[in-house]
Structures are given as structure tokens and as C-alpha cells.
Design a protein around this ligand. Structure first.
Ligand SMILES: [Zn+2]
Length: 318
């Protein structure tokens, strides 16, 4: 089984004030041969197999990356990028701060060369952008300076142009974490979602980092507002998930439906006074477990149900 990319462990029972312990792990065991490159559109590629998916946008300005994969896979990701282009890496956008998505940033940054002014390249490495909440956690986490974002934003929507393409950075509050960004390549009609969306598991909700089930559903609904299908067939806006295969709006719609059904079931049970153990015993995820569930590993079905239960029970959840 391939490693789950977002290794977040949540434990409630007997935990301190926040009630949550998050332990993020690195997993550098994947072989270089596992790193694959998929062309998504002209000038847009997806690198898979190094942890979270990495998006590569290439053009006359250089290379823009969304996420980096794990630290231990940085050299392999760089090698994969070099099969696409030898242009300098100018800009890295981090969808959030988890090490399977942002861990390779030091390696890829130092292989890069930011644009400091006009069209002049600098020698300080690539620029790194993340939401300020992600930056706050990363800077408090003892990471070396080279692994920290050089720029932050704090608004709902941040934008710039790169390779002649409008790039929108969309903050989604209280979803997978409180510092999630989706990155929309507006001309290419491609969006990178980070761990807001996955094709391999139930959404990981990092409650200790401000994540919530209702925030995840809000994020998926926002994603559906952005995506547009090709008429009467697959394709249209292409969606690069944080983990899993390339998708379109139909895939997001299915996932949003699944997550919403489970949230509503758990919310109904909680409203009727059922305890967490009773909700788990009722198996509100049953028909989806074959595709998304897990009894072992860092994000089990029980952990997902628990996070949903706590989310719908919290007075500030809506
Ligand atoms: Zn994550």
C-alpha cells in the first residue's frame, strides 16, 4: 500500500486543553521510481509519488511550484522537474504547512532563483508564499530559515501573474487547517487544492491546526463554484488534489456529496444525544468505507468520525 500523504494523528481521550495531539511524520521510503510526471495542460504538470502532489507551471518567466512533497524526496522531485524544464524555479506556493506537502521546500528553494525586481533574477533562492497561519506554525516549528515562506498573505484572495497567466491564491478558513490555500491557474483552467480534496481517503481534519468538518465542506463547495465541466463529458476545469489522481468537477462533486452525507448523519445522531461511541457503532460511513476508509494507519475511519462528531458538536461549528 502506498503511504498516506497526510500523516496527521488526532487523539482526543485524555488529551490536554485543546483535546488534540497532532503528530506529523515524514516518510522518505518511497523510491525515486515512484515519482511520476503527468502533463495536465500546456505548461502545467503534476508530479506524484513524493508525498502530496506537486504542481509545476512552466513558461518564459521560469517555474512556479505548488507544494514540494516530503523533505526526503526533494532531490527526486527536482529531478522530475528537470525532465520537464531546466528553467529556474522562481516561485513556490505552499497550500499549507504539513511536511508531506511543504517538506521539500528547502531543497527546491535553494535550487531556484527568485525574481527580485523587474525581470532581474536574484540569488536568494525561489520565493515561497503561504497563508500567514501556515507561516506562523512553520516558524514556530523550529524549521531552518531556508524552509520557511518568504512571503505571506492574509486576505481571502491573493493574486499575481506568472508566465503570463493570472494565478489566484484562495484562502479557505478552518478546513484541513486554518491556513489552507487553493491555487487557481485561470488561463489554463487548472486548480491545485492541497489537502482540502483527496481521491484516496476521507478528508483529514487537523483540528489542532484549526481544521473543521464544516470548513472542509465550505471549501469543497467553493471549489465547485470555480470548476466548470466540459459539456456532456469529462474534462473542463482540471483539479489536482492534495493526494490521489487528477480530477474534474464530477470527482469533486462526488466527494463533496459523500462528505456532506456523513456530516449530516453524524450531526443528526449528535443532535439526538448519541455519544461518540454510539455514533461510531452506528457506522455512519459504512457504504463509503471500501473506497475511503482505513482501519489502520495515520488517518483511520474512526478518527474521521471522531473529528466530524467533535466538529458538529462544537458550538462555534456554524
Ligand atoms: Zn496536509
Amino acid at each position: 500500500m502506498r503511504p498516506v500523504s497526510c500523516l496527521v494523528l488526532l487523539a482526543w481521550a485524555g488529551a490536554p486543553a485543546l483535546g488534540v495531539v497532532v503528530a506529523a511524520q515524514e516518510n522518505g521510503t518511497a523510491a525515486a521510481a515512484d515519482v511520476r510526471v503527468l502533463q495536465v495542460r500546456d505548461g502545467i504538470y503534476m508530479v506524484a509519488g513524493a508525498g502530496g502532489n506537486v504542481t509545476v507551471q512552466v513558461g518564459g518567466d521560469g517555474i512556479l511550484l505548488v507544494d514540494t512533497g516530503r523533505a526526503a524526496m526533494g532531490d527526486q522531485v527536482l529531478a522530475a522537474i528537470r525532465t520537464i524544464s531546466n528553467a529556474p524555479i522562481r516561485q513556490i506556493v505552499l497550500t499549507h504547512d504539513h511536511p508531506d506537502s511543504a517538506g521539500g521546500v528547502a531543497t527546491l528553494r535553494t535550487a531556484g532563483d527568485a525574481v527580485l525586481g523587474g525581470n532581474f533574477g536574484g540569488r536568494a533562492g525561489a520565493a515561497i508564499l503561504a497563508h500567514e497561519n501556515a507561516w506562523l506554525r512553520m516558524s514556530a516549528g523550529g524549521l531552518p530559515p531556508a524552509a520557511l515562506p518568504t512571503d505571506t498573505y492574509h486576505v481571502r484572495r491573493h493574486d499575481f501573474s506568472f508566465n503570463g497567466e493570472p494565478v489566484e491564491i484562495l484562502h479557505q478558513p478552518r478546513a484541513h487547517t486554518d491556513g489552507d490555500s487553493m491555487v487557481l491557474f485561470r488561463r489554463s483552467d487548472v486548480i491545485s487544492t492541497g489537502d482540502i480534496f483527496s481521491t484516496t481517503r476521507y478528508p483529514v481534519i487537523d483540528v489542532a491546526s484549526g481544521g473543521s468538518i464544516n470548513g472542509v465542506i465550505d471549501a469543497l463547495n467553493r471549489l465547485l463554484e470555480i470548476t466548470i465541466p466540459r459539456t456532456l463529458q469529462e474534462d473542463g476545469t482540471l483539479v489536482i488534489p492534495g493526494d490521489g489522481r487528477l480530477c474534474d468537477e464530477g470527482d469533486v462533486n462526488w466527494y463533496r456529496y459523500m462528505v456532506t452525507v456523513i456530516r449530516d448523519r453524524v450531526q443528526d445522531m449528535a443532535t439526538r444525544g448519541m455519544t461518540l461511541e454510539q455514533v461510531k457503532a452506528a457506522r455512519p460511513t459504512l457504504e463509503y468505507d471500501g473506497r475511503y476508509g482505513s482501519e489502520t494507519g495515520p488517518w483511520t475511519t474512526e478518527m474521521f468520525i471522531e473529528a466530524v462528531y467533535r466538529g458538529v458538536s462544537a458550538p462555534q461549528s456554524r
